[in-house]
Design a binder for this molecule. Structure first.
Ligand code: PGA
Length: 262
C-alpha cells in the first residue's frame, strides 16, 4: 500500500506569531497521524521558523517553488541547494498559481513545460522530492479536455526526464476550477482522473505507476477529505486554505490515518 501524504500549502499567508500557534497546534496532534507523511509549505521567509519547530517531529516541510538554476543573477529566486540549509524534504513545482504568473509573462506553453521540467530535474538531482501539480483550467474542464491536458503534461515530463524519475516524485492532480473555490471535485471524479494518470504512467512502466503517490488538491476540507481519500488511487491531498486552520488540517491528516488503518 502507498503511504498517504498530506501536504499543506500555506501560499502567501502567515506571520511569525500566527505560524507559531499553527505549528504548535499541529505538533500537539501529530501522534494522531503516525502512519501518514505530512509536510508543510510555508513562504520561504519562514523556513527557519518551521525548521526549528518541526525538526524533532514526524512532520516534514518544503517550499512552494524552486529555481531551475544553481546560483547567480536571478533576483528573487531561491535555489535547490539553499533549501538544504533548511533541511527541506519536498518542493512544489508547477502549482497553477505559479503557472499563471509565468503565463502573464506570455511565455508560450513549450517554454513553460521546459521550465517545469528543468525545475523537476533540479529538485531530483538535489535529492528533494518534487510534488508536480497538474490540472485542467475551468475552460478546459468545460469542454471535456481534462484527460488531454493531463496526458500531455505527463507525457512531456516522462519524455524529458524518464519514467523512472517518477519513483522519486509525487504527482498532484489539482483542477484549477476547484482551487480556492470551495467546489471540490467529487471523489468519483478524482478517482477517475487519478486512475487515468496512473494508467498513463503504467504505459511507460508498471512498477513506477503502482508505487507513485497521486495527491488530490482543490478545496479539500475536514469534512470532505475522508471520502476523497477512500478512493483507491487518491493517495492523500494537497491542501491550501484548510492548511491554515489547525483543526481543519489535523482533521484532514486524521482522515488519511483512518484510511491506512482501514
Ligand atoms: P485550496 O488550494 O485547498 O485552498 O483549494 C489547494 C492548492 O492550491 O494547492
Amino acid at each position: 500500500m502507498r503511504k498517504p501524504l498530506v501536504a499543506g500549502n500555506w501560499k502567501m499567508n502567515g506571520s511569525s506569531a500566527g505560524n507559531k500557534l499553527l505549528l504548535n497546534e499541529i505538533l500537539a496532534a501529530a501522534n494522531s497521524f503516525p502512519s501518514v507523511d505530512v509536510a508543510l509549505f510555508p513562504p520561504a521567509v519562514y523556513l527557519h521558523q518551521v525548521q526549528q519547530a518541526l525538526k524533532d517531529s514526524n512532520v516534514a516541510w518544503g517550499t512552494q517553488n524552486v529555481s531551475s538554476y544553481h546560483q547567480g543573477a536571478y533576483t528573487g529566486e531561491i535555489s535547490a541547494t539553499m533549501l538544504h540549509d533548511f533541511d527541506c524534504k519536498y518542493v512544489l513545482i508547477g502549482h497553477s498559481e505559479r503557472r499563471c504568473l509565468y503565463a502573464e509573462l506570455e511565455l508560450d506553453q513549450l517554454v513553460l513545460d521546459r521550465i517545469i521540467a528543468e525545475k523537476y530535474n533540479m529538485a531530483i538531482s538535489e535529492g528533494l522530492i518534487p510534488i508536480i501539480c497538474i490540472g485542467e483550467s475551468p475552460e478546459e474542464h468545460a469542454v471535456g479536455k481534462t484527460e488531454e491536458v493531463i496526458g500531455r503534461h505527463l507525457d512531456i515530463l516522462i519524455e524529458h526526464q524518464g519514467v523512472k524519475s517518477l519513483s522519486q516524485a509525487v504527482l498532484a492532480y489539482e483542477p484549477v476550477w476547484a482551487i480556492g473555490t470551495g467546489r471540490s471535485a467529487t471523489p468519483e471524479w478524482a478517482q477517475d482522473v487519478h486512475s487515468f494518470m496512473r494508467e498513463r504512467v503504467a504505459k511507460y512502466d508498471v512498477e513506477t505507476a503502482q508505487g507513485l503517490r497521486i495527491l488530490y488538491g482543490g478545496s479539500v476540507k475536514g469534512n470532505n477529505a475522508a471520502p476523497l481519500f477512500s478512493k483507491p488511487d487518491v493517495d492523500g491531498g494537497l491542501i491550501g486554505g484548510a492548511s491554515l486552520d489547525a483543526n481543519e488540517f489535523v482533521k484532514i491528516c486524521q482522515s488519511a490515518q483512518k484510511q491506512v488503518l482501514g
